[in-house]
Design a protein around this ligand. Sequence first.
Ligand code: URA
Length: 166
Amino acid sequence: MAKTANQLVFGWGNANADIVFVGEAPGKNEDLKGVPFVGASGKFLDELLASVKLERSDVYITNIVKYRPPQNRDPLPAEKDAFMPYLLAQLEVISPKIVITLGRHSTNCFLPGLQIGQVHGKAQNLNGQTILPLYHPAAALYNGSLRQTLIDDFCQIPALLKRIKN
Ligand code: URA
Protein backbone atom coordinates (compact mmCIF):
# COMPACT_ATOMS: atom_id res chain seq x y z
CA MET A 1 0.00 0.00 0.00
CA ALA A 2 3.00 2.30 0.39
CA LYS A 3 3.47 2.06 -3.39
CA THR A 4 -0.04 3.28 -4.19
CA ALA A 5 -0.19 5.98 -1.49
CA ASN A 6 1.23 9.49 -1.81
CA GLN A 7 2.61 9.64 1.69
CA LEU A 8 2.55 8.21 5.19
CA VAL A 9 -0.08 9.81 7.43
CA PHE A 10 1.44 9.33 10.85
CA GLY A 11 -0.78 11.44 13.10
CA TRP A 12 -1.44 15.01 14.12
CA GLY A 13 -1.98 16.92 17.32
CA ASN A 14 -0.73 17.39 20.84
CA ALA A 15 1.93 14.92 21.94
CA ASN A 16 0.89 15.57 25.57
CA ALA A 17 -2.80 15.03 24.90
CA ASP A 18 -5.15 13.37 27.40
CA ILE A 19 -7.15 11.97 24.51
CA VAL A 20 -5.95 10.08 21.44
CA PHE A 21 -8.41 9.33 18.62
CA VAL A 22 -7.69 6.27 16.51
CA GLY A 23 -9.43 5.98 13.14
CA GLU A 24 -9.13 3.29 10.49
CA ALA A 25 -6.88 4.46 7.65
CA PRO A 26 -6.28 7.64 5.64
CA GLY A 27 -8.65 8.40 2.77
CA LYS A 28 -8.04 10.42 -0.38
CA ASN A 29 -7.80 13.84 1.26
CA GLU A 30 -5.65 12.61 4.11
CA ASP A 31 -3.28 10.94 1.62
CA LEU A 32 -2.94 14.23 -0.26
CA LYS A 33 -2.41 16.42 2.81
CA GLY A 34 -0.51 14.03 5.10
CA VAL A 35 -2.91 14.82 7.95
CA PRO A 36 -5.59 12.47 9.39
CA PHE A 37 -9.30 13.30 9.23
CA VAL A 38 -9.26 16.31 6.91
CA GLY A 39 -12.12 15.21 4.61
CA ALA A 40 -15.86 15.13 5.27
CA SER A 41 -15.57 12.85 8.30
CA GLY A 42 -12.80 15.10 9.63
CA LYS A 43 -15.08 18.11 9.37
CA PHE A 44 -17.70 16.23 11.40
CA LEU A 45 -15.02 15.19 13.91
CA ASP A 46 -14.09 18.87 14.29
CA GLU A 47 -17.76 19.69 15.02
CA LEU A 48 -17.92 16.88 17.57
CA LEU A 49 -14.74 18.15 19.25
CA ALA A 50 -16.17 21.68 19.33
CA SER A 51 -19.36 20.35 20.94
CA VAL A 52 -17.29 19.37 23.98
CA LYS A 53 -15.13 22.50 23.80
CA LEU A 54 -12.09 20.77 22.39
CA GLU A 55 -9.93 21.67 19.43
CA ARG A 56 -7.73 19.47 17.32
CA SER A 57 -4.67 20.93 18.98
CA ASP A 58 -5.94 19.67 22.39
CA VAL A 59 -5.99 16.04 21.26
CA TYR A 60 -3.96 13.66 19.10
CA ILE A 61 -5.50 12.04 16.04
CA THR A 62 -4.13 9.03 14.20
CA ASN A 63 -5.20 5.84 12.46
CA ILE A 64 -4.50 2.13 12.81
CA VAL A 65 -3.11 1.96 9.28
CA LYS A 66 -0.91 4.88 8.22
CA TYR A 67 -1.10 4.52 4.42
CA ARG A 68 -4.24 4.98 2.32
CA PRO A 69 -5.43 1.53 1.22
CA PRO A 70 -5.70 1.27 -2.58
CA GLN A 71 -9.17 2.36 -3.79
CA ASN A 72 -10.11 3.06 -0.16
CA ARG A 73 -10.69 -0.64 0.48
CA ASP A 74 -10.84 -1.88 4.07
CA PRO A 75 -7.40 -2.44 5.57
CA LEU A 76 -6.39 -6.13 5.53
CA PRO A 77 -5.74 -7.93 8.83
CA ALA A 78 -2.04 -8.23 7.94
CA GLU A 79 -1.87 -4.47 7.28
CA LYS A 80 -3.48 -3.68 10.63
CA ASP A 81 -1.09 -6.09 12.38
CA ALA A 82 1.91 -4.54 10.64
CA PHE A 83 1.05 -1.04 11.85
CA MET A 84 0.04 -1.98 15.39
CA PRO A 85 3.57 -1.67 16.87
CA TYR A 86 3.77 1.93 15.59
CA LEU A 87 0.40 2.79 17.11
CA LEU A 88 1.40 1.22 20.42
CA ALA A 89 4.64 3.24 20.36
CA GLN A 90 2.65 6.43 19.71
CA LEU A 91 0.42 5.62 22.68
CA GLU A 92 3.41 4.87 24.87
CA VAL A 93 4.98 8.26 24.10
CA ILE A 94 1.76 10.25 24.48
CA SER A 95 0.43 8.20 27.39
CA PRO A 96 -3.16 9.46 27.08
CA LYS A 97 -5.87 9.11 29.70
CA ILE A 98 -8.35 7.90 27.09
CA VAL A 99 -7.94 6.17 23.74
CA ILE A 100 -11.03 6.78 21.62
CA THR A 101 -11.42 4.17 18.91
CA LEU A 102 -13.46 5.35 15.95
CA GLY A 103 -15.38 2.56 14.27
CA ARG A 104 -15.27 -1.19 14.25
CA HIS A 105 -11.80 -1.72 12.76
CA SER A 106 -10.09 0.46 15.30
CA THR A 107 -12.18 -0.86 18.19
CA ASN A 108 -11.49 -4.49 17.32
CA CYS A 109 -7.74 -3.90 17.12
CA PHE A 110 -7.85 -3.18 20.86
CA LEU A 111 -10.92 -5.16 21.86
CA PRO A 112 -11.31 -8.12 19.51
CA GLY A 113 -14.74 -9.70 19.35
CA LEU A 114 -16.70 -6.74 20.71
CA GLN A 115 -19.53 -5.37 18.58
CA ILE A 116 -19.40 -1.61 18.09
CA GLY A 117 -23.21 -1.54 18.17
CA GLN A 118 -23.11 -2.88 21.71
CA VAL A 119 -20.08 -1.13 23.22
CA HIS A 120 -20.18 2.34 21.64
CA GLY A 121 -20.07 5.03 24.30
CA LYS A 122 -19.16 2.54 27.04
CA ALA A 123 -15.67 3.00 28.44
CA GLN A 124 -13.63 -0.21 28.57
CA ASN A 125 -10.58 -1.01 30.66
CA LEU A 126 -7.74 -2.72 28.80
CA ASN A 127 -4.80 -3.44 31.12
CA GLY A 128 -5.38 -0.16 32.95
CA GLN A 129 -5.88 1.90 29.77
CA THR A 130 -9.33 3.43 29.28
CA ILE A 131 -10.65 2.79 25.78
CA LEU A 132 -13.84 4.52 24.63
CA PRO A 133 -15.25 2.93 21.48
CA LEU A 134 -17.33 5.27 19.31
CA TYR A 135 -18.96 4.98 15.92
CA HIS A 136 -16.82 6.18 13.04
CA PRO A 137 -17.79 9.72 11.96
CA ALA A 138 -17.96 8.56 8.32
CA ALA A 139 -20.59 5.94 9.24
CA ALA A 140 -22.59 8.50 11.20
CA LEU A 141 -22.27 11.37 8.74
CA TYR A 142 -25.25 10.52 6.58
CA ASN A 143 -27.25 8.42 9.03
CA GLY A 144 -29.47 10.56 11.25
CA SER A 145 -29.81 8.16 14.17
CA LEU A 146 -26.14 7.09 14.24
CA ARG A 147 -25.21 10.75 13.98
CA GLN A 148 -27.22 11.59 17.07
CA THR A 149 -25.81 8.55 18.90
CA LEU A 150 -22.27 9.71 18.14
CA ILE A 151 -23.10 13.26 19.31
CA ASP A 152 -24.60 11.84 22.54
CA ASP A 153 -21.63 9.50 23.13
CA PHE A 154 -19.23 12.39 22.58
CA CYS A 155 -20.98 14.43 25.28
CA GLN A 156 -19.71 11.99 27.91
CA ILE A 157 -16.04 12.62 27.16
CA PRO A 158 -15.46 15.56 29.56
CA ALA A 159 -17.03 13.74 32.53
CA LEU A 160 -15.13 10.53 31.73
CA LEU A 161 -11.86 12.45 31.54
CA LYS A 162 -12.59 14.20 34.82
CA ARG A 163 -13.34 10.86 36.48
CA ILE A 164 -10.08 9.33 35.27
CA LYS A 165 -8.01 12.35 36.31
CA ASN A 166 -9.39 12.41 39.85
N1 URA B 1 -11.23 7.97 8.06
C1 URA B 1 -10.31 7.45 8.88
O1 URA B 1 -10.52 6.41 9.48
N2 URA B 1 -9.19 8.10 9.05
C2 URA B 1 -8.91 9.24 8.44
O2 URA B 1 -7.83 9.78 8.66
C3 URA B 1 -9.89 9.77 7.58
C4 URA B 1 -11.04 9.12 7.40
